[in-house]
Design a protein around this ligand. Structure first.
Ligand SMILES: C[S@@+](CC[C@H](N)C(=O)[O-])C[C@H]1O[C@@H](n2cnc3c(N)ncnc32)[C@H](O)[C@@H]1O
Length: 249
Protein backbone atom coordinates (compact mmCIF):
# COMPACT_ATOMS: atom_id res chain seq x y z
CA UNK A 1 0.00 0.00 0.00
CA UNK A 2 1.39 3.46 -0.86
CA UNK A 3 1.50 6.17 1.79
CA UNK A 4 -2.02 7.07 2.94
CA UNK A 5 -1.91 10.87 2.86
CA UNK A 6 -5.43 11.04 4.28
CA UNK A 7 -4.42 9.19 7.45
CA UNK A 8 -4.41 11.27 10.64
CA UNK A 9 -1.71 13.98 10.56
CA UNK A 10 0.11 12.54 7.51
CA UNK A 11 -0.29 15.71 5.43
CA UNK A 12 0.57 17.94 8.43
CA UNK A 13 3.67 15.90 9.16
CA UNK A 14 4.80 16.09 5.53
CA UNK A 15 4.50 19.88 5.48
CA UNK A 16 6.22 20.12 8.88
CA UNK A 17 9.09 18.04 7.51
CA UNK A 18 9.34 20.24 4.41
CA UNK A 19 9.33 23.34 6.62
CA UNK A 20 11.94 21.86 8.97
CA UNK A 21 14.51 21.21 6.26
CA UNK A 22 15.55 23.22 3.25
CA UNK A 23 13.23 21.35 0.90
CA UNK A 24 14.64 23.24 -2.09
CA UNK A 25 17.87 21.27 -1.57
CA UNK A 26 16.04 18.07 -2.52
CA UNK A 27 16.57 18.86 -6.20
CA UNK A 28 13.61 21.14 -6.92
CA UNK A 29 15.90 23.80 -8.39
CA UNK A 30 16.75 21.32 -11.16
CA UNK A 31 13.06 21.25 -12.03
CA UNK A 32 12.66 25.02 -12.08
CA UNK A 33 15.74 25.38 -14.29
CA UNK A 34 14.63 22.58 -16.65
CA UNK A 35 11.27 24.30 -17.11
CA UNK A 36 12.93 27.68 -17.63
CA UNK A 37 10.60 29.22 -15.04
CA UNK A 38 12.81 32.33 -14.90
CA UNK A 39 11.16 33.37 -18.16
CA UNK A 40 7.51 34.27 -18.88
CA UNK A 41 5.37 31.24 -19.72
CA UNK A 42 2.46 31.24 -22.21
CA UNK A 43 -0.04 29.81 -19.74
CA UNK A 44 -0.16 28.37 -16.24
CA UNK A 45 2.30 25.92 -14.72
CA UNK A 46 0.83 22.57 -13.62
CA UNK A 47 2.06 20.99 -10.37
CA UNK A 48 0.85 17.38 -10.56
CA UNK A 49 0.73 15.78 -7.10
CA UNK A 50 1.24 19.10 -5.31
CA UNK A 51 0.98 17.75 -1.77
CA UNK A 52 0.64 20.56 0.78
CA UNK A 53 1.39 23.17 -1.87
CA UNK A 54 4.74 24.57 -0.76
CA UNK A 55 6.27 24.04 -4.21
CA UNK A 56 3.30 25.63 -6.02
CA UNK A 57 3.44 28.67 -3.73
CA UNK A 58 7.18 28.96 -4.25
CA UNK A 59 6.78 28.89 -8.06
CA UNK A 60 4.02 31.52 -7.87
CA UNK A 61 5.96 33.75 -5.45
CA UNK A 62 9.40 33.45 -6.98
CA UNK A 63 8.58 33.41 -10.68
CA UNK A 64 5.16 35.08 -10.74
CA UNK A 65 3.51 32.27 -12.69
CA UNK A 66 -0.06 31.09 -12.27
CA UNK A 67 0.03 27.56 -10.91
CA UNK A 68 -2.59 24.84 -11.16
CA UNK A 69 -1.84 22.53 -8.27
CA UNK A 70 -3.56 19.14 -8.28
CA UNK A 71 -3.54 16.16 -5.97
CA UNK A 72 -5.50 12.99 -5.31
CA UNK A 73 -5.45 13.31 -1.51
CA UNK A 74 -8.09 15.61 0.03
CA UNK A 75 -5.96 15.98 3.19
CA UNK A 76 -3.07 17.34 1.13
CA UNK A 77 -5.37 19.77 -0.70
CA UNK A 78 -6.84 20.90 2.65
CA UNK A 79 -3.32 21.58 3.85
CA UNK A 80 -2.58 23.54 0.64
CA UNK A 81 -5.87 25.46 0.96
CA UNK A 82 -4.90 26.53 4.48
CA UNK A 83 -2.15 28.66 2.87
CA UNK A 84 -3.98 30.30 -0.06
CA UNK A 85 -2.03 32.14 -2.74
CA UNK A 86 -3.68 34.42 -5.32
CA UNK A 87 -1.79 32.78 -8.18
CA UNK A 88 -2.38 29.16 -7.12
CA UNK A 89 -5.54 27.21 -8.05
CA UNK A 90 -6.13 23.86 -6.39
CA UNK A 91 -7.97 20.89 -7.89
CA UNK A 92 -8.59 17.34 -6.79
CA UNK A 93 -7.78 14.68 -9.38
CA UNK A 94 -9.16 11.19 -9.62
CA UNK A 95 -7.89 8.49 -11.95
CA UNK A 96 -5.11 10.77 -13.20
CA UNK A 97 -7.63 12.84 -15.17
CA UNK A 98 -7.57 16.64 -15.56
CA UNK A 99 -10.99 17.30 -17.13
CA UNK A 100 -10.94 20.92 -15.95
CA UNK A 101 -8.00 21.63 -18.30
CA UNK A 102 -8.44 21.91 -22.07
CA UNK A 103 -5.94 20.37 -24.47
CA UNK A 104 -2.75 22.35 -25.00
CA UNK A 105 -3.40 25.06 -22.43
CA UNK A 106 -0.64 24.52 -19.86
CA UNK A 107 2.80 26.08 -20.39
CA UNK A 108 4.92 23.71 -18.32
CA UNK A 109 4.35 20.89 -15.85
CA UNK A 110 6.18 19.37 -12.91
CA UNK A 111 5.59 16.32 -10.78
CA UNK A 112 7.88 15.91 -7.78
CA UNK A 113 8.17 12.68 -5.78
CA UNK A 114 4.85 11.43 -7.17
CA UNK A 115 5.95 8.76 -9.68
CA UNK A 116 7.89 6.92 -6.95
CA UNK A 117 4.64 6.55 -5.01
CA UNK A 118 3.02 4.56 -7.80
CA UNK A 119 2.66 0.82 -7.27
CA UNK A 120 1.98 0.36 -10.99
CA UNK A 121 3.97 1.61 -13.94
CA UNK A 122 0.69 2.04 -15.84
CA UNK A 123 -0.24 4.87 -13.45
CA UNK A 124 2.99 6.71 -14.31
CA UNK A 125 2.12 6.36 -17.99
CA UNK A 126 -1.47 7.53 -17.38
CA UNK A 127 -0.25 10.64 -15.53
CA UNK A 128 2.24 11.37 -18.30
CA UNK A 129 -0.43 10.97 -21.01
CA UNK A 130 -2.79 13.35 -19.30
CA UNK A 131 -0.03 15.90 -18.68
CA UNK A 132 0.96 15.61 -22.32
CA UNK A 133 -2.65 16.25 -23.38
CA UNK A 134 -2.91 19.50 -21.41
CA UNK A 135 0.55 20.83 -22.28
CA UNK A 136 0.90 23.22 -25.17
CA UNK A 137 3.00 21.86 -28.04
CA UNK A 138 6.60 22.47 -27.05
CA UNK A 139 5.72 22.62 -23.33
CA UNK A 140 8.03 20.73 -21.00
CA UNK A 141 7.26 18.19 -18.30
CA UNK A 142 9.75 17.60 -15.45
CA UNK A 143 9.52 14.57 -13.17
CA UNK A 144 11.66 14.62 -10.02
CA UNK A 145 12.17 11.40 -8.07
CA UNK A 146 14.59 9.66 -5.75
CA UNK A 147 17.39 8.10 -7.80
CA UNK A 148 16.87 4.33 -7.96
CA UNK A 149 20.62 3.65 -8.23
CA UNK A 150 21.09 5.25 -4.80
CA UNK A 151 18.71 2.97 -2.89
CA UNK A 152 20.18 2.32 0.55
CA UNK A 153 22.56 5.32 0.53
CA UNK A 154 22.16 7.60 3.57
CA UNK A 155 21.73 11.19 2.37
CA UNK A 156 21.66 14.12 4.76
CA UNK A 157 17.85 14.50 4.81
CA UNK A 158 16.61 11.17 3.58
CA UNK A 159 17.24 7.54 2.77
CA UNK A 160 15.17 5.36 0.49
CA UNK A 161 15.53 1.61 0.46
CA UNK A 162 17.59 -0.59 2.74
CA UNK A 163 21.40 -0.76 2.46
CA UNK A 164 22.65 -3.81 0.58
CA UNK A 165 19.22 -4.87 -0.63
CA UNK A 166 18.66 -5.46 -4.31
CA UNK A 167 15.29 -4.19 -5.51
CA UNK A 168 13.27 -5.40 -8.47
CA UNK A 169 10.96 -3.12 -10.49
CA UNK A 170 7.78 -2.49 -8.53
CA UNK A 171 9.15 -3.65 -5.17
CA UNK A 172 7.85 -1.75 -2.16
CA UNK A 173 10.57 0.58 -0.83
CA UNK A 174 10.51 2.72 2.30
CA UNK A 175 11.64 6.35 2.17
CA UNK A 176 12.64 7.93 5.48
CA UNK A 177 12.86 11.74 5.72
CA UNK A 178 14.78 12.91 8.77
CA UNK A 179 14.38 16.38 10.23
CA UNK A 180 15.26 18.00 13.54
CA UNK A 181 11.79 16.96 14.70
CA UNK A 182 12.11 13.28 13.91
CA UNK A 183 11.51 10.92 11.02
CA UNK A 184 8.73 10.62 8.49
CA UNK A 185 8.39 7.25 6.78
CA UNK A 186 6.81 7.02 3.33
CA UNK A 187 5.83 3.90 1.44
CA UNK A 188 7.27 4.15 -2.06
CA UNK A 189 8.14 1.75 -4.89
CA UNK A 190 11.37 0.95 -6.66
CA UNK A 191 11.43 1.75 -10.35
CA UNK A 192 14.61 1.75 -12.47
CA UNK A 193 15.64 4.83 -14.46
CA UNK A 194 14.46 3.21 -17.67
CA UNK A 195 10.93 2.82 -16.31
CA UNK A 196 10.69 6.54 -15.53
CA UNK A 197 12.09 7.43 -18.93
CA UNK A 198 9.81 5.05 -20.80
CA UNK A 199 6.70 6.36 -19.00
CA UNK A 200 7.26 9.70 -20.74
CA UNK A 201 8.18 8.25 -24.13
CA UNK A 202 5.19 5.87 -24.06
CA UNK A 203 2.97 8.87 -23.34
CA UNK A 204 4.25 10.56 -26.47
CA UNK A 205 6.80 12.99 -25.06
CA UNK A 206 9.80 13.71 -27.25
CA UNK A 207 13.35 14.74 -26.34
CA UNK A 208 13.06 12.70 -23.16
CA UNK A 209 16.23 12.95 -21.12
CA UNK A 210 17.50 12.17 -17.63
CA UNK A 211 19.76 14.16 -15.33
CA UNK A 212 21.29 12.88 -12.12
CA UNK A 213 23.78 15.36 -10.71
CA UNK A 214 26.04 14.25 -7.89
CA UNK A 215 27.14 16.39 -4.95
CA UNK A 216 28.56 18.93 -4.74
CA UNK A 217 25.93 20.55 -6.95
CA UNK A 218 24.13 23.83 -6.21
CA UNK A 219 20.72 22.14 -6.49
CA UNK A 220 21.63 19.49 -3.91
CA UNK A 221 22.46 21.59 -0.87
CA UNK A 222 24.67 20.00 1.71
CA UNK A 223 24.85 16.48 0.27
CA UNK A 224 28.40 15.13 0.27
CA UNK A 225 28.22 11.52 -0.96
CA UNK A 226 29.36 10.73 -4.52
CA UNK A 227 25.89 9.28 -5.28
CA UNK A 228 23.04 11.05 -7.08
CA UNK A 229 20.20 11.60 -4.58
CA UNK A 230 17.62 12.47 -7.21
CA UNK A 231 16.73 11.76 -10.81
CA UNK A 232 15.18 14.37 -13.08
CA UNK A 233 13.37 13.16 -16.20
CA UNK A 234 12.20 15.75 -18.70
CA UNK A 235 10.26 15.56 -21.91
CA UNK A 236 8.67 17.92 -24.44
CA UNK A 237 5.08 17.74 -25.67
CA UNK A 238 5.10 17.38 -29.46
CA UNK A 239 2.77 19.14 -31.85
CA UNK A 240 -0.97 18.43 -31.82
CA UNK A 241 -1.76 14.70 -31.99
CA UNK A 242 -3.04 13.33 -35.29
CA UNK A 243 -6.61 11.90 -35.27
CA UNK A 244 -6.47 8.29 -34.05
CA UNK A 245 -3.17 8.76 -32.22
CA UNK A 246 -3.24 6.08 -29.49
CA UNK A 247 -1.46 8.50 -27.14
CA UNK A 248 -4.46 10.79 -27.11
CA UNK A 249 -6.28 10.47 -23.77
C1 LIG B 1 5.61 12.80 -1.49
S1 LIG B 1 4.25 13.82 -1.83
C2 LIG B 1 5.05 15.10 -2.80
C3 LIG B 1 4.28 16.38 -2.77
C4 LIG B 1 4.92 17.52 -3.56
N1 LIG B 1 4.95 17.22 -4.99
C5 LIG B 1 6.31 17.82 -3.05
O1 LIG B 1 7.25 17.69 -3.82
O2 LIG B 1 6.45 18.18 -1.88
C6 LIG B 1 3.39 12.94 -3.13
C7 LIG B 1 2.05 13.53 -3.47
O3 LIG B 1 1.58 12.91 -4.67
C8 LIG B 1 0.19 12.71 -4.54
N2 LIG B 1 -0.20 11.65 -5.47
C9 LIG B 1 0.21 10.36 -5.46
N3 LIG B 1 -0.33 9.69 -6.48
C10 LIG B 1 -1.11 10.56 -7.16
C11 LIG B 1 -1.93 10.45 -8.33
N4 LIG B 1 -2.06 9.29 -8.98
N5 LIG B 1 -2.59 11.55 -8.76
C12 LIG B 1 -2.45 12.72 -8.09
N6 LIG B 1 -1.69 12.89 -6.98
C13 LIG B 1 -1.02 11.82 -6.52
C14 LIG B 1 0.01 12.34 -3.08
O4 LIG B 1 -1.33 12.50 -2.65
C15 LIG B 1 0.99 13.29 -2.41
O5 LIG B 1 0.39 14.51 -2.08
Amino acid sequence: MPTDWNAANAADEYLAAADALDWLDLGYRLVFDALDLDHPQPGPVLDYGCGPGQVARYVADTYGHQVIAVDVAPAMLDQAAAHPHPLVRLHRVTDQALPFLADGTVAAALSCFVFVEQAHRSTQVAISREVRRVLRPGGRFAVLTTHPDSAGIPFSYFQFGEPGRSYQPGDAMTTRITTAQGSLVLQDYFWPVEVYRSALTEAGFVDVSCQAPVPPHPALGRETTPHPPVLLVTGTAPGPAAPGDPNTH
